[in-house]
Ligand binder design. Structure first.
Ligand code: SF4
Length: 319
């Protein structure tokens, strides 16, 4: 089926894989190559249907419950990180463990543990039930309060004077700023992180959508429904008045979304592979797209080292 109008496609820059996702996938692939299948992975390594299916085909087994991992197996923690209880349980069961937690999530864990020792309790801004939030809150047994919106801030009951705030790394930058402002109004003494916890990749992809959305008639976001940062990109475009749709693959693209739209923006969440973006471009061409161009945007050069035992020596110590 073709649309009735010629369509120009504008690609967001940057889009797609971030350094944490790249590293997490590489850890699973290297573990399979080095130790052989199966390699067990706690939770989806990153929230992307294609990536998970691809790794399953290569020999990864995704589990939620450590009781499903046989003794002596190799286990990888997903990029979202795990609670102390999960880590302790995995160690007690004697698995050979590789930690694919994104170093930017680990940074938040380290900050929480350090400040807790100094007597702080915490407000965590994040989405209930997201594995990253469970992992970060699970660094402590108590004293960490989850707030999902401004209203939640009003219900926080502190037990001491020292309060710090941390956030999930993949939030809406604007929502997080609004909630943080509410936290600071209610608790003016709150300690903020030296560097914001929302990661560079989330910030850059949202910044790109802020520039791109007003220039296009519709925005397509490649990303799985479970992907927090992809959902935030779709919501952001919609708030800016641009219709936006999230798709897991090119097959999900609906021609009626393009009817009467001359310019289509295309971006991808941090866990969505570029291969899927290219397949979407091909499908857009089959619908009548005549030109594809990239917007100008920041270039990302960040890479994270692999864990010892899997790493490329040239990358050891690179942060
Ligand atoms: Fe790390 Fe950010 Fe990527 Fe999550 S989105 S894996 S925090 S770089």
């Amino acid at each position: 089926m073709t649309t009735t109008n010629p369509v120009d496609v504008v690609l967001a820059e940057p889009r797609g894989f971030c350094a944490g996702v790249d590293r997490a996938i590489e850890i699973v692939e290297r573990a399979i190559r080095r130790f052989g299948a199966p390699i067990y992975v706690r939770h989806e390594i990153v929230h992307n249907t294609y990536v998970v299916a691809d790794l399953k085909a290569k020999g990864a087994v995704f589990i939620e419950d450590l009781a499903d991992v046989p003794p002596g197996a190799t286990l990888v923690f997903s990029a979202h990180g795990v609670s102390r209880a999960v880590r302790d349980d995995a160690e007690a069961r004697g698995f050979s463990i590789f930690d694919a937690t994104c170093p930017l999530v680990t940074k938040v864990h380290v900050e929480v543990a350090k400040l807790a020792k100094q007597g702080y309790e915490f407000i965590m801004i994040g989405h209930k039930g997201h594995p990253e939030v469970e992992g970060t809150m699970g660094q402590l047994d108590a004293g960490i309060h989850l707030v999902e919106d401004v209203e939640d801030v009003e219900h926080v009951q502190l037990s001491g004077d020292k309060l710090a705030v941390v956030t999930q790394t993949t939030l809406s930058v604007d929502d997080a700023a609004e909630i943080l402002a509410a936290v600071k109004r209610r608790f003016p003494h709150v300690k903020e992180p030296k560097q914001q916890d929302i990661c560079y990749a989330t910030q850059n992809r949202q910044d790109a959508v802020k520039v791109l959305a007003p220039q296009v008639d519709v925005l397509i976001v490649v990303g799985s429904l479970t992907s927090s940062n992809s959902n935030r990109l779709r919501e952001l475009a919609q708030r800016l008045g641009t219709p936006a749709h999230m798709i897991d693959s090119a097959d999900d693209l609906r021609p009626e979304w393009l009817e009467g739209r001359a310019r289509v923006g295309l971006t991808a969440g941090a866990s969505a592979p570029e291969l899927l973006v290219q397949q979407v471009i091909e499908r857009l061409r089959s619908f009548g797209a005549v030109a594809v161009r990239k917007m100008s945007g920041v270039e990302e050069t960040i890479r994270f080292p692999l864990p010892l035992g899997l790493g490329d020596k040239s990358m050891e110590g690179v942060a």
